[in-house]
Structures are given as structure tokens and as C-alpha cells.
Design a protein around this ligand. Structure first.
Ligand SMILES: CC(=O)[C@@H](O)[C@H](O)COP(=O)(O)O
Ligand SMILES: NCC(=O)COP(=O)(O)O
Length: 242
């Protein structure tokens, strides 16, 4: 079965925010990424608006031709924005202001009622809900209990592993989590820290429906352009499934 690529364009906006200019425009980047083969566009509207801002969400909702995956914290502000914008997908992620990037997965076990309420609100708005969680059996079980139709397994520990042994252990943990989630009837995605030299073993895990990849694609785009950066990543993912 094929595997889909969600291109996260947050760091196109990082470059724009660095100088307060109106370029590069995430709207342009989304169009280029989609024409190059992206199956979806992921954007993270952080509470501090450090990169993607509300204007980007509004315009991308009108211009994206594939589908929007809106990542957001579990707050009333963000839920209200999602209910108004109605992206195809919302991925609920943890956020800490001081973090450089997303650190751990969402703690579903410790806030079941809050996450279930958020899932209910988003489903009522016709939005498919995904939970960004670690490959932790209890968190996966909790995701099923709160009625999340999708999860996205956090691959950060795999990407940041400091030895082959540690990376292999993380890969095994992720593969086991994907199997557990699929057996519970959850559609399983993965993402965070994936790049051109570590994506293969993750893409080869048959339970994965989609990988959401951003930083490495945008970094490569700075050197060789966004279209080839997206095409190369997609080719690597599909090759891993052959
Ligand atoms: C949840 C996740 O891992 C990313 O999609 C997230 O967007 C990372 O945050 P930054 O894009 O701000 O690095
Ligand atoms: N949810 C992961 C994502 O959208 C992209 O994460 P990264 O590739 O920028 O680390």
C-alpha cells in the first residue's frame, strides 16, 4: 500500500518572520509543494505565532488544493479557530512557549476528558482529528478511548537518537505502536525530525498512512528548491514501500 506525504510549511514562515517581510509566502510554498507531489499541507498555528500566523491559515484554507492538516494546541482559542476554518484535519499537539520545537507527545492519559471534549467539538465541525502522541502503549490505548480516528506517532526520539542501537530500539517501539494503533482501528501517521537519511525505515512500516515532514524539506529547499526537495522525499518514501 502507498504512503502519503504531508509537507509542513511552518519554516517557510520562519524565514519570513525573521525579517518581518511579506516573503517567502507560505501560500506560494503550499502551491509549489502540492504541484511537486505533496498529498497534503501541514501548518502549525502556535499560540505565539512564531511562524504561521492567522493570515496564513485564512488564505491557505482558500488556496490549498489537496487538504490542510492544522496542528494546534488543545485550547479554546485554537478550537474556535478550527471550528471556523474547518480544515480537513486537525492534529492536537502539546505546546510549551519556551520550546524550540515540539518536544514530547500529547499526554492523553493525563487529560482524557479534555481531549475527548476537543475531539467531540472538532468532529461536530466535520474535522478529522489526529493526536500527536509518543509510541507509548498507554497513550495509544487512551487515544482509542477518547475516540480519535487518527494518531500521529512522534518520531523525534528516533530522529534524535545518538547511537544506532538507540535508533533501532526507537524504530522497534514505533513499529510496535503502529501495530497496536492499527489493531485498535486507528489510522496511523508519523512525523517530527524525519529527513532524507532517516525516513526510509519509518516509511517502510506498513501501518503508516502518512508522514508529516517539514523542517528537513524546507532546509533542503533552501539549497535546491522546494519542488525537487518534495519530489525527492516522496520518492524515498515510495521506494521504502517497494
Ligand atoms: C508536531 C510536530 O512535530 C511539528 O509538526 C511541529 O510543527 C513542530 O513545531 P515547529 O514547526 O514549530 O518546529
Ligand atoms: N508533525 C510533524 C510535522 O508536521 C513536521 O515536523 P518536522 O519535520 O518539521 O520536524
Amino acid at each position: 500500500m502507498s504512503i502519503l506525504l504531508g509537507v509542513n510549511i511552518d519554516h517557510i514562515a520562519t524565514l519570513r518572520q525573521a525579517r518581518g517581510t511579506d516573503y517567502p509566502d507560505p501560500v506560494h510554498a503550499a502551491a509549489v509543494a502540492e504541484m511537486a507531489g505533496a498529498d497534503g499541507i501541514t501548518i502549525h498555528l502556535r499560540e505565539d505565532r512564531r511562524h504561521i500566523v492567522d493570515r496564513d491559515v485564512e488564505l491557505l484554507a482558500q488556496t490549498i488544493k489537496t487538504r490542510m492538516n492544522l496542528e494546534m494546541a488543545v485550547t479554546d482559542e485554537m478550537l474556535a479557530i478550527a471550528e471556523r476554518i474547518k480544515p480537513a484535519y486537525v492534529c492536537l499537539v502539546p505546546e510549551k512557549r519556551e520550546e524550540l520545537t515540539t518536544e514530547g507527545g500529547l499526554d492523553v492519559v493525563g487529560q482524557m476528558d479534555k481531549i475527548e471534549d476537543a475531539c467531540t467539538r472538532l468532529k461536530a465541525a466535520g474535522i478529522k482529528v489526529s493526536l500527536f502522541i509518543d509510541a507509548d502503549p498507554a497513550q495509544i490505548e487512551a487515544a482509542a478511548q477518547v475516540g480519535a480516528p487518527y494518531i500521529e506517532i512522534h518520531t523525534g526520539a528516533y530522529a534524535d537518537a545518538e547511537s544506532d542501537v538507540a535508533q533501532q530500539a526507537e524504530l522497534k517501539r514505533i513499529a510496535k505502536g503502529a501495530k497496536q494503533a492499527a489493531a485498535l482501528g486507528i489510522v496511523v501517521n508519523a512525523g517530527h525530525g524525519l529527513h532524507y537519511h532517516n525516513v526510509g525505515p519509518i516509511a517502510a512500516i506498513p501501518e503508516f498512512y502518512e508522514l508529516n515532514i517539514g523542517h528537513s524539506i524546507i532546509a533542503r529547499a533552501a539549497i535546491e528548491g522546494l519542488a525537487p526537495a518534495v519530489q525527492t522525499m516522496k520518492q524515498l518514501m515510495l521506494a521504502a514501500r517497494r
